[in-house]
Write a protein that binds this ligand. Structure first.
Ligand SMILES: Cc1ncc(C[n+]2csc(CCOP(=O)(O)OP(=O)(O)O)c2C)c(N)n1
Ligand SMILES: [Mg+2]
Length: 578
C-alpha cells in the first residue's frame, strides 16, 4: 500500500496521479466522494479519506451513482461517483444516464484497464472501452492519460457537468495514470481552480418583453414550475414572480415545496381542470415531455391524443434547443432560471393586473371540492391500512418536520405520496424523476442525509425498495438519520395477481407475502418496526425522526389497494383490455 498521507503538499518533493486527482477535486470545493473500492481505485478512496474528504462507500455502484447525482442536484456542485473498471463502471452507468436525463450534475469517475491492451482487445483484467460506451449516455466524456493533464481533465469535467443545462459527465482514469509521479511543484501548477463554472446566462430583453406581452394578454394564465426551477436556487424570486402576478401555478413533482404546497395559488388539486382550460402557460424549468403529456392531447383539451389544445406557451429554459420540442413555443426565454426570473420580475413591476376573477374562482371551486373529498378519504381508517391512511400519517410527520427530505419511489407508493404529502420547502422532495426509474431510493437517501444533515424520510414501494435495499447497511454504517418506510403490499402495484395456469410459480408481480423488511435493517444494528396501523406507523416515524437512528418501518398495506402502474395505467400497451 502507498503512503496514505501523501498528497501534493509543500513537504513532498513528488506527487502522483492519486494525489493530483484528490488535490484537483479539493481545489474545486468538492469534499465528498460516493463510490465503491477495488482495482485500480482502492488507494484513491483511502487517500481521499486521509486527505480529509468524506468517502461514502456503497454496496453497489448504481446506488453510489444515484447518490452523486442527487448531491449534484441539491448543491449545484457535481456529485462524484467513483467506480472500478468494466463491471463497476457499468453498474454506475445507469445512474449517469439517469443524471443526464434529469439534468443533474454528476461526474462518474471510473478506473479503467490498460489502454494498449484494451485497444488491441488482448483480454485485460476487466477490459472494456469505457469511454466509447459512456459517450452516448453522458453530456460529455473525457479520458486522462498523463498525470500533468489531471487538472485540465477535472476542470473540463466540472464545467461540462454544471454549465448550461447540467448533466452527467464521464471521466476515464486508466490504472496506470494513478501511479505516474510528477514533481510536486509542477503538479500543483498543473491544477485548475475553475472560475465561474456555471456562468449566468442573461436572457435577451426582447425575449422577456415578448413573454410578458403574451402573459398580459392571457385570460386564463398558468405557471408550471419544473425541477429546473428547483435546481436554480432562485427561490425568493420565483415565489415573487408567482405572487406578484397572482397567476395560479402547478409544481412538477420535484418542484413541490418551491412555494409551500398549501399556498393559495397552488392549482395542484385542480390539475385536470387547469391544463385543458389555461390559455397561456408559462413553463419555468419544466420540459413538455411525457410528464406533461407533451403539451397536447386530451390532457390539454385537444380533440384527439395528438391534437394541440390551443394553449400558447412561454418557456423559460436554459437550453435554446428545448423550445418547440413537442408543440409550438410562442415565447421562448432562454437563460439560466435565476436570471430569467429576475428579468421577468423587473418587467412585471409592482402593478401587474391580477388574472380575471372568473378564472381564479373556477380553480378555487374545483380545488376546494377535491381537497375536501381527499380529506374525507384520508380520515378513514380501514383495516388493513391502505395508501391513504398510511400517507395521512406521513403527511403529518412532514408537516411537523418541514426541513426533512422526502425520498420517494414506487408506482402507487409514488403517486399517492406525491399528491397527498405536502412539501413546504424547496428541494425537499427527491424522486424517480424524468424516467420514473426504480432504484434511486437508498442512494438518494444516503446523499440527502450526508449533504444536508437533515432527517430523511424515504417512502418506498416494496418493489422499488428491493432495487437498492442492501444499502440499509450503508445507512447503519454511517449512522444516517434516515427513516425508510416500505409500503408493503406484497408486490409490484398489487399483491393479488395469480398464476393463471395454477402452476407452483406465483404471478410475475407478486412477492413473498407478509415479508418482514424491518428485519433487514436489524441485521446491521438499525431499528426495525413492523407497523400494521396508522397509529403504529405514526409512533415509529416520530421516534425515528426524533432519535435520528437509521430506521426501517415495514408498513403493511392492503394488497388490493393499488392500481396497475399507479397513475400511468394508460401507458401499458395491454391496459385497454383489462
Ligand atoms: C429500473 C426500473 N425497472 C422497472 C421499472 C418498472 N416499474 C415501475 S414501478 C415498479 C414497482 C412498483 O411496485 P412498488 O414499488 O411495490 O409500488 P406499489 O405500486 O406496489 O406501491 C416497477 C417494477 C422501472 N420503473 N424502473
Ligand atoms: Mg408494492
Amino acid at each position: 500500500m502507498t503512503d496514505l498521507s501523501m498528497t501534493t503538499d509543500t513537504q513532498s518533493q513528488v506527487t502522483d496521479g492519486f494525489g493530483l486527482v484528490i488535490d484537483a477535486l479539493k481545489l474545486n470545493g468538492i469534499d465528498t466522494i460516493f463510490g465503491l473500492p477495488g482495482i485500480p481505485i482502492t488507494d484513491l478512496t483511502r487517500r481521499a479519506q486521509a486527505a480529509g474528504m468524506r468517502v461514502i462507500s456503497f454496496r453497489h455502484e448504481q446506488n453510489a451513482g444515484n447518490a452523486a447525482a442527487i448531491a449534484g442536484f441539491m448543491t449545484q456542485k457535481p456529485g462524484i461517483c467513483l467506480t472500478v473498471s468494466a463491471p463497476g463502471f457499468l453498474n454506475g452507468l445507469t445512474a449517469l444516464a439517469n443524471a443526464t436525463t434529469n439534468c443533474f450534475p454528476m461526474i462518474l469517475v471510473s478506473g479503467s484497464s490498460e489502454r494498449e491492451i484494451v485497444d488491441l482487445q488482448q483480454g485485460d483484467y476487466e477490459e472494456m472501452d469505457q469511454l466509447a460506451i459512456a459517450k452516448p449516455l453522458a453530456k460529455a466524456a473525457f479520458r486522462v492519460l498523463h498525470a500533468e493533464d489531471i487538472g485540465v481533465g477535472i476542470a473540463r469535467a466540472i464545467r461540462a457537468a454544471v454549465s448550461g443545462r447540467p448533466g452527467g459527465v464521464y471521466l476515464d482514469l486508466p490504472g496506470k495514470l494513478f501511479a505516474q509521479s510528477l514533481d510536486a511543484d509542477a503538479g500543483r501548477k498543473s491544477l485548475i481552480k475553475v472560475v465561474d463554472p456555471a456562468p449566468r446566462q442573461i436572457p435577451a430583453q426582447k425575449a422577456v418583453q415578448r413573454a410578458l406581452a403574451l402573459l398580459k394578454s392571457a385570460k386564463r394564465p398558468l405557471i408550471i414550475l419544473g425541477k429546473g426551477a428547483a435546481y436554480a436556487q432562485a427561490d425568493a424570486d420565483i415565489r415573487a414572480l408567482v405572487e406578484k402576478t397572482g397567476i395560479p401555478y402547478l409544481p412538477m413533482s420535484m418542484a413541490k415545496g418551491l412555494l409551500p404546497d398549501t399556498h393559495e395559488q397552488s392549482a395542484s388539486a385542480a390539475r385536470s381542470y387547469v391544463l385543458p382550460e389555461a390559455d397561456v402557460v408559462m413553463l419555468v424549468g419544466a420540459r413538455l415531455n411525457w410528464l406533461l403529456a407533451h403539451g397536447k392531447g386530451k390532457t390539454w383539451g385537444g380533440k384527439d391524443p395528438k391534437a394541440w389544445g390551443g394553449q400558447k406557451f412561454i418557456q423559460v429554459d436554459i437550453s435554446p434547443q428545448e423550445a418547440d420540442s413537442n408543440v409550438r413555443i410562442d415565447a421562448p426565454v432562454v437563460g439560466d432560471i435565476g436570471s430569467c426570473v429576475s428579468a421577468l420580475l423587473a418587467g412585471i413591476g409592482s402593478n401587474w393586473p391580477k388574472p380575471p376573477a372568473e378564472w381564479l374562482n373556477a380553480i378555487a371551486e374545483r380545488k376546494n371540492k377535491n381537497i375536501a373529498k381527499m380529506a374525507e378519504t384520508l380520515d378513514k381508517n380501514p383495516t388493513p391500512m391502505n395508501f391513504h391512511s398510511a400517507l395521512a400519517v406521513v403527511r403529518d410527520i412532514v408537516k411537523a418536520n418541514p426541513e426533512a427530505i422526502l425520498v420517494n419511489e414506487g408506482a402507487n407508493a409514488l403517486d399517492f405520496t406525491r399528491s397527498i404529502v405536502d412539501m413546504y420547502q424547496p428541494r425537499k422532495r427527491l424522486d424517480v424523476g424524468t424516467w420514473g426509474v426504480m432504484g434511486i431510493g437508498m442512494g438518494f437517501a444516503v446523499a440527502a442525509a450526508v449533504v444536508s444533515g437533515q432527517p430523511v424520510i424515504a417512502v418506498e414501494g416494496d418493489s422499488a425498495f428491493g432495487f437498492s435495499g442492501m444499502e440499509v447497511e450503508t445507512l447503519c454504517r454511517y449512522h444516517l438519520p434516515v427513516c425508510v418506510v416500505v409500503f408493503n403490499n406484497n408486490g409490484v402495484y398489487r399483491g393479488t395477481d395469480v398464476n393463471p395456469t395454477g402452476g407452483p410459480d406465483v404471478a410475475p408481480t407478486v412477492f413473498v407475502k407478509g415479508a418482514r423488511y424491518d428485519r433487514l435493517i436489524e441485521a446491521f444494528g438499525g431499528v426495525g418496526v413492523h407497523a400494521t396501523t396508522p397509529a403504529e406507523l405514526r409512533t415509529a416515524m416520530e421516534e425515528a425522526v426524533r432519535s435520528r437512528k437509521p430506521t426501517l418501518i415495514n408498513a403493511v398495506i392492503d394488497e388490493t389497494a393499488g392500481t396497475e402502474s399507479g397513475r400511468i395505467t394508460s401507458l401499458n400497451p395491454s391496459a385497454k383490455k383489462k
